[in-house]
Design a protein around this ligand. Structure first.
Ligand SMILES: NC(=O)c1ccc[n+]([C@@H]2O[C@H](COP(=O)([O-])OP(=O)(O)OC[C@H]3O[C@@H](n4cnc5c(N)ncnc54)[C@H](O)[C@@H]3O)[C@@H](O)[C@H]2O)c1
Length: 317
């Protein structure tokens, strides 16, 4: 049920929460690494998803990724052919944002990690979405409170931070902005559970929890390489075999995207004014050189022949 007044009716000294918000119609903005995974997940659980990207090529490649991932699930007998077809049928693609967000209960924004871009998108969403629509962002690090402040519905703006690859990873970090209401938070927590995920509620400070802990580790592993302490394979092997990490930090950085890692570190450096978050110069250089990891074909590893981190990039071999 959609309510005003944060869904709360105060009766004398206690509060009754009429807190069910029915969310069936979803829009996902951005069809890149995360957006296509988010669209896939909602669609697989029966939600009607409008997948929106300014780039038609990104939409096509996003749909191709969704189809490939469904095929993989099918071959492992995790889903049936009918599930695959139903999932694909639940997704409609749009390049026009206004058309894509019409009649949506929830918009999940997963566009490029850039604050000016996100502020513009949220301003537009606030102006063009129904008054009740909840606006979520999948940002890795940008302040939910700042994003909410450009809208007239700060109580309905929230962080819904999915992990990569979305259809597989269980965690959703649910980030409450300064003004996010209890009812919206509760509903996003519930919705995440309906997607088979485990939501964890956190407050809005730079990097939230996941990246506040992960990015300094990735940055330190790059610094270790930069200082010549050890090579790519040695650093990743130490962390995989010594700390039981499923993937080494340099491989993980390639997988996340080095531009995304850099931008998260910059947000934390700026937000805390603490030099411990300063991005390693090697990371800055690699992003400037267009070496972004898996998505560009090269980062710490060379992905020209395989998406697996099997060959060290020539620069570090
Ligand atoms: N990559 C990760 O592992 C990861 C993990 C968690 C969260 N995130 C966050 O998810 C978001 C998306 O990251 P990504 O890795 O998927 O990026 P990406 O570069 O793979 O995809 C971004 C997509 O957004 C599209 N886009 C840009 N401007 C747009 C606009 N105005 N309207 C619609 N689409 C637009 C681009 O065309 C592109 O297809 C970022 O906020 C990032 O911080 C990323």
């Amino acid at each position: 049920m959609k309510t005003h007044n944060n869904g709360e009716k105060t009766l004398k000294n206690f509060t009754i929460t009429t807190n069910r918000i029915n969310m069936k119609n979803i829009a996902v903005i951005g069809a890149g690494t995360m957006g296509n995974g988010i669209a896939h997940t909602f669609a697989q659980f029966g939600y009607a998803v409008n997948l929106i990207d300014i780039s038609e090529a990104a939409l096509e490649s996003g749909m191709a990724t969704i189809t490939q991932n469904l095929d993989r699930m099918l071959s492992k007998e995790k889903i049936s052919e009918a599930d695959k077809l139903a999932t694909l049928a639940n997704i409609t693609m749009y390049t026009d944002i206004v058309e894509g967000i019409a009649n949506r209960d929830l918009v999940v924004e997963a566009a490029t990690e850039n604050i000016d871009l996100k502020l513009k998108i949220f301003k537009d969403l606030d102006a063009k979405c129904d008054a009740d629509t909840i606006l979520a962002t999948n940002t890795s690090s940008i302040s939910i409170t700042k994003i909410a402040a450009v809208t007239n519905r700060a109580d309905k703006v929230i962080g819904m931070h999915f992990m990569n690859p979305v259809p597989i990873m269980k965690l959703v970090e649910v980030i409450r902005g300064y003004n996010t209401s209890d009812i919206v938070t509760e509903n996003i927590m519930e919705l995440s559970k309906k997607l088979g995920k485990v939501p964890v509620e956190v407050n809005d400070y730079p990097g939230f929890v996941a990246n506040r802990i992960l990015m300094p580790m990735i940055n330190e592993s790059i610094e270790t390489l930069y200082n010549g302490v050890a090579g790519v394979s040695e650093i990743d092997t130490v962390m995989k075999l010594g700390m039981a990490h499923p993937m080494g930090p340099l491989q993980l950085a390639d997988f996340i995207g080095l531009d995304v890692c850099l931008s998260i570190l910059e947000v934390m450096y700026d937000g805390f004014k603490n030099p411990k978050y300063a991005p390693c110069p090697l990371l800055v250089n690699m992003v400037a050189a267009g070496k972004l990891g898996v998505k560009s074909g090269e980062g710490f590893y060379d992905y020209s022949e395989s998406r697996k981190a099997e060959k060290i990039a020539a620069q570090f071999a």
